[in-house]
Design a protein around this ligand. Structure first.
Ligand code: ZN
Length: 271
């Protein structure tokens, strides 16, 4: 499995976790100008903090923890909170909100293209060039029309992704002599690909936003899982045999975690 890493840090290690989901109370507030969500759970000890990419400071604690203790905890973690917020702001700048207007930036095979409506046709056919991703249809004038454009754009991305990933799987299966029992394609939030013990490989079609050599690395990674169902030394040496610069490609993916966020129905980055 290849996970999208989260900009997250927590202090859950020394927490006693309660399986019961009952009696959870929420409290929403603000800290240093950033949204803060406090979740009170029975039997929780100490205090945990996490910073999901939506920028909501997320604190989990026991239901009897006094507010003063929570405030002291937040103050002692102020530097970490501010640094995490800075990183989130940088990611938002790197991957700005896409409204699907003319000249909005879209990621396509590792390129940044500008969306442009040609208004030549009623149908939305997409054509990427070096600078633009042109749409044959008109610029959307209503929300339902905009939703239709997004739907058609996603169909285009998915179709192209299945061709590219399918070809790569075929090539690398033969080279590595490892064949999946089944391949499926989904747009996923947290994984680029996964491989089940039954040999079923699932690929994130959002990879079409990335350069081909990145997709190639994910393909090699998942095929290698057909032999090693883990991330052991043997697994990584198998990946390295077929992809000697896999570390660089892995780093690229980590730095471009949210490249296909604009294709998600609900953006994690711009909620
Ligand atoms: Zn893996």
């Amino acid at each position: 499995m290849l996970r999208l890493s989260m900009l997250q840090m927590d202090f859950l290690n020394d927490l006693f976790r309660n399986k019961k989901k009952k009696d959870i109370a929420f409290d929403l507030s603000i800290f240093e100008g950033f949204p803060l969500k406090i979740t009170y759970k029975p039997y929780y000890r100490k205090i945990a903090i996490a910073m999901p990419i939506n920028g909501v400071i997320t604190v989990t604690t026991g239901k009897s923890t006094p507010q003063t203790e929570i405030m002291a905890f937040l103050n002692s973690n102020r530097d970490w909170i501010l640094k995490a917020q800075e990183e989130i702001a940088a990611v938002k700048t790197q991957f700005p909100k896409v409204e699907f207007n003319n000249f909005d930036t879209l990621f396509w095979r590792g390129q940044t293209l500008k969306l442009y409506y040609l208004n030549k046709d009623k149908k939305n056919n997409f054509l990427p060039s070096t600078e633009y991703l042109s749409c044959s249809g008109p610029k959307p004038q209503s929300e339902s029309h905009r939703q239709q454009v997004i739907k058609d754009l996603k169909t285009f991305y998915k179709t192209e992704a299945i061709i590219e990933i399918g070809d790569l799987l075929q090539v690398w299966s033969q080279k590595m002599e490892l064949y999946p029992s089944r391949v499926s394609y989904r747009l996923q939030k947290s994984k680029w690909g996964s491989c089940g013990s039954n040999g079923h490989i699932s690929m994130n079609w959002g990879l079409i936003t990335c350069p081909k050599k990145i997709t190639e690395y994910v393909v090699i990674h998942e095929l290698a899982h057909l032999k090693h169902q883990n991330h052991s030394k043997n697994f990584w040496s198998l990946v390295e045999r077929y992809c000697p610069d896999y570390k660089e490609r892995k780093t690229w993916l980590k730095n471009n975690n949210y490249i296909c966020d604009f294709l998600q129905n609900k953006s994690q980055l711009h909620p």
